[in-house]
Write a protein that binds this ligand. Sequence first.
Ligand code: PSU
Ligand code: MN
Length: 314
Amino acid sequence: MHELFNYHPEVAEALFAGQPVVALESTVITHGLPYPDNVITASQMEAAVREGGAVPATIAVIQGEVLVGLTPEQLEYLGTRVAVKKGETAPFVRKCSRRDLPVAIARKEDGATTVAGTMILAHASGIKLFATGGIGGVHRGHPFDISADLTELGRTPVAVVCSGAKSILDLPATREVLETNGVPILGYQTDELPAFFSRGSGLAVDVRIESPAEAARIIRSHQALEMANGLLITVPVPEADAFDPDEAESAIVQATEEAEAQGIHGAAATPWLLRRVVQLTEGSSLRANVSLLRNNGKVAGMIARALAEMQTIP
Ligand code: PSU
Ligand code: MN
């Protein structure tokens, strides 16, 4: 645990006792999903982590304070902040990747943590597992717009459970950067790297695993080697809730072209594209999004439990 962070009592107790804990990010709440679906989904994801056998710890910054584990009131508060600064009085939440965390904390702002930001705070707290929907990657047509998530995965030892990345990104390039950074891509009951809304991307994972115990064994040997990097565990969206790949692709192509025409890039690109894809698909992509978030929470909970069980065996 970190002495400067504020732990939810249940999370503090679990960490102290060596019980399984799964970190959850907050950018998906503030920048990834519309209100009130964001708050509802975040609490369903917490419930799914419990169902898997672990304690959920949603991570965020509120008024400059790092919170590890949120109360329902804090979740609602974050879910109703606006993501874009509109004037002095508008509630604003900073999207916090690695570079943003010191700024948000020093200025006592509200901050939502990305995959990179959440990995940093989870690791500082002794949390080994982290569940989310999709990671950032290399943007299509912008080979130098590489998400800090990929760099973080190369230098922070946390296992990230996700459904790959949205094809708003250049997935082959994203995969190459992960390889360069030494990040193994495990496919949970899949041979293919999932592409968020759809179960496959046509790209191979590095290794297929079948069970939470198998994932835990790989994390365990990664720990034994004292490697500094992270691991990626990719889980396809549940079959019944997958979103039609062609429909997803055409919305993504349109959104990407519009972003290009409007000159939207940098940190604003991902949130803008996510919002636009939801609008273009009239919310029908939302079902897949909610479903995979819950499922990933549950799988991460099961892996965290398997890992905690292994660690108690002498
Ligand atoms: N992809 C999604 N949903 C999300 C994000 C990515 O499908 O909510 C968020 C995550 O928090 C991720 C961040 O870490 O966007 C990546 O932003 P950037 O590309 O600016 O690094
Ligand atoms: Mn970027």
